[in-house]
Write a protein that binds this ligand. Sequence first.
Ligand SMILES: *[C@@H]1O[C@H](CO)[C@@H](O)[C@H](O)[C@H]1NC(C)=O
Ligand SMILES: *[C@@H]1O[C@H](CO)[C@@H](O)[C@H](O)[C@H]1NC(C)=O
Ligand SMILES: *[C@@H]1O[C@H](CO)[C@@H](O)[C@H](O)[C@H]1NC(C)=O
Ligand SMILES: *[C@@H]1O[C@H](CO)[C@@H](O)[C@H](O)[C@H]1NC(C)=O
Length: 476
Amino acid sequence: MGWIALSVLVLVSEAQAQEVCLSAEEDPYLLFGTKTAYNFAHTAGISTTRIQDVIGCSPIAFWSLNRHGSHNPELNEINELQRLQDLRDNIIANYKNGNFRNTNQRMCTSDVNLLERWQWSARHTAASAGELTSEGYVTAQNLAQAWRQRYPGLLTDNRHDYLFKYLNDRRSTSSFRAYTEGLFRAQAQDQDIPNASDEKLLTPYKFCPAWTKDVEQNNETTSYQLIFESKQEYRDMINNISLRLGFNYEIDKESIKRMYQMCRYNKAWDIAQISPWCAAFTKSDLQRLEYAEDLETYYKYGYGSPINQKLGCGLVKDMFDFFQHQIESGDIPQQPRAKIYFTDAPTLLLTLTSLGAHRQVTPLTGDNYRTQVQQRKWVTSTVAPYNANLAAVLYKCDPNSNYQIQEKYQVLFLENEQQMVLDNCRVGLCDWSLVKQKYGNTSSCDMQFCNAANSLNSLFGISLALLSLVVRYISV
Ligand SMILES: *[C@@H]1O[C@H](CO)[C@@H](O)[C@H](O)[C@H]1NC(C)=O
Ligand SMILES: *[C@@H]1O[C@H](CO)[C@@H](O)[C@H](O)[C@H]1NC(C)=O
Ligand SMILES: *[C@@H]1O[C@H](CO)[C@@H](O)[C@H](O)[C@H]1NC(C)=O
Ligand SMILES: *[C@@H]1O[C@H](CO)[C@@H](O)[C@H](O)[C@H]1NC(C)=O
């Protein structure tokens, strides 16, 4: 009798443990900041309308900035991520030992089994570090085909209609190759595509000592993220994850970040595959991790640091000058008619900041997660996922045929193939006079400030040195 009561008790407490299969969620949370797959970034709002059709107008020039696709782990991440094998062993041991006290948080049995079978892939060697994945390659090909279908008269087979620029790294070079294969329908041996590398244009932040010093190396830049990570809502998350994995103590922040990194890499390499590492996180955990990275990008490449708006203007100016040239040439189309660039997330974010897109009225901070979780405009996951793209298309219009259009030239701004929200434009469509007013002051886009701070610094350095010399002289 007593024995039966006991086993009933055991059964009841087992049943109370939440056996949730996070990996088998019907509606999983797939927004993973800068490591979000393109397909996940805009499933909700995917546009079925023919966004390219502007009544009374025809497209005459195409400008586009593309982020590379998903890639293998970076060289400096490989050792880190391999350490997940030890963590996996500890978690499995926790589950085998029934290591759960004061908690009903569990991974479900099939998630645990998946994790037990997880292996670090031998493919990820130093030799292939950082290289574009086949997922990233195919997405770039598909994007090129989608653009070509939208603008068949503009994006033709004539190579001289184009100018491509890409960063001199493997993932951007491969993205360029994939894109041109998609555009010209798999002619991999093509050797006459006008192309150039232009590191200064495509990674302005690498050529700006003032930014390096005032933003990248400035502790304040990361302090907002650190503040958020010290908050109760973040600590609760760590505590919950630790319990869910069977630890009786809080696992360190680095382990959490490593699991998150593996989870989001897995989902970006193969969007159909389940990642056992994602099973460690609930939706609200993932939203917190996402917000922490948004804080980082907001201050590093966004509105959080005023200098970023100036630093991003190079590509905005490039777009403006390109269109201006087309307009000035009147009815004679000028080659190239399409400029297509391949770069990284920082440069894309800096450019969007310079355009004035996704501007926050209230700055993101470590303290306002609750108010910003649902309503912020700066969402790295949807703005700069893998294969993210910004396009500006110049249209020539007959103002008499569309009552909404008063000007002969219009620019349609699209991000990730959807109309972009910009002040004073009509769902992505802006009058040329407005574009000119907003982005056409070319004299306000010089990069002198990048070195000015530096020279000021060295001047300061020299005077310090002189001063110490004087002091030494005096004290001798
Ligand atoms: C890129 O341009 C160079 C000349 O500047 C040319 O030799 C090369 O074949 C081009 N690459 C492609 C893929 O067309
Ligand atoms: C910035 O952080 C570094 C390393 O944590 C520290 O040594 C330095 O004192 C900090 N500087 C400021 C201005 O807080
Ligand atoms: C942690 O888990 C508890 C109990 O399941 C839950 O009420 C709470 O919302 C969780 N906190 C976070 C930050 O996920
Ligand atoms: C253009 O930018 C320069 C430098 O920022 C500024 O002095 C000038 O007033 C601007 N001109 C216009 C027309 O906005």
